[in-house]
Design a protein around this ligand. Structure first.
Ligand code: ZN
Length: 293
């Protein structure tokens, strides 16, 4: 037990419902702390340990599968929500903050009521919101340019506008950098010669966030790629990784169809179980061990 990261305790207080049951969102009403359980990475681990979360190379999820959608809310998001509804699935929607604003340049930062309604529906339908930055920049570039404040601002602005749109504090624990890029190879040498993680990972640790990448990409942004190929790509990845996180985009017109097809395919392969991200993280970090006396 002592070897388990103590930050994992926070995972235990979240959704513990069985697959198929709807899980309450992690929204915290105003007055509660967004970070009640600290991320307890020690200084000794800081240089070596990865930010907790899901990585591209991850495998061994006991065939549990989680659906994630990036870049919304968007006009196609309601179709995705409609498809998820009868399955009582809890997906994660990684929000781009600027999508919640009116696109009209004269709007002066006003919220777009239609997008706000979609965001609220995501939460009301039992899904989880994640943070996908405000303007969707490549954060590797900001890392190389040594712009830590800009990196933080990208996520903080989205947190702020999500709270504003929902009307209460909803801490966005799950972070997905745009394009999955965080400039991690660009490490900074400190005075004592040790290596430190890139600026994005530093921010994630300081803010006690989870880095949520994927290990089954649909490639749904490739407009020339046929649907069957996207489905094959996802299913091949899930088989070789024994489950994991599927990456899709609710701004892509064919994604609702892709989702429908994938749900059918997953049904035909009963070893796969659709679940929520919290369960997947528990599986990865073997949180069950903490339940033992
Ligand atoms: Zn994106």
């Amino acid at each position: 037990m002592s070897k388990l990261p103590l930050w994992s305790l926070r995972l235990l207080v979240g959704c513990g419902l069985a697959i198929g049951q709807s899980c309450q969102s992690p929204a915290v009403k105003q007055g509660s702390s967004a970070h009640e359980t600290p991320l307890l990475h020690s200084a000794r681990h800081y240089a070596q340990e990865k930010v907790p979360g899901i990585y591209l190379e991850d495998q061994g999820f006991n065939h549990q599968v989680v659906l994630t959608f990036d870049d919304g809310p968007n006009a196609y998001t309601p179709q995705v929500l409609d498809l998820l509804k009868p399955h009582q699935l809890q997906a994660v929607f990684f929000i781009v903050g600027s999508k919640l604003l009116k696109s009209d340049s004269q709007s002066d930062g006003q919220l777009d009521p239609e997008r706000v309604a979609i965001l609220r529906r995501m939460v009301n339908d039992g899904h989880v919101l994640g943070n996908h930055s405000f303007n969707h920049p490549n954060l590797s570039a900001l890392n190389y340019l040594n712009q830590p404040a800009q990196i933080g601002l990208e996520f903080e602005r989205t947190q702020k506008i999500v709270n504003q749109a929902l009307g209460y504090d909803y801490p966005l624990y799950y972070i997905r950098p745009p394009f999955g890029q965080r400039g991690v190879r660009h490490v900074h040498s400190s005075a004592d010669g040790s290596l430190r993680p890139g600026l994005v990972d530093q921010w994630l640790k300081q803010q006690q966030k989870y880095l949520i990448l994927w290990n089954a990409s649909s490639g749904d942004w490739h407009h020339q790629q046929p649907l069957w190929q996207m489905e094959k790509s996802v299913m091949d990845s899930l088989r070789s990784h024994q489950g994991g996180v599927i990456l899709m985009h609710d701004i892509q017109p064919r994604t609702p169809q892709l989702l429908q097809n994938l749900l059918l395919r997953l049904k035909k392969e009963p070893q796969f179980k659709l679940t929520n991200l919290e369960s997947l993280l528990k599986q990865k970090y073997q949180i069950k061990a903490l339940d033992a006396p």
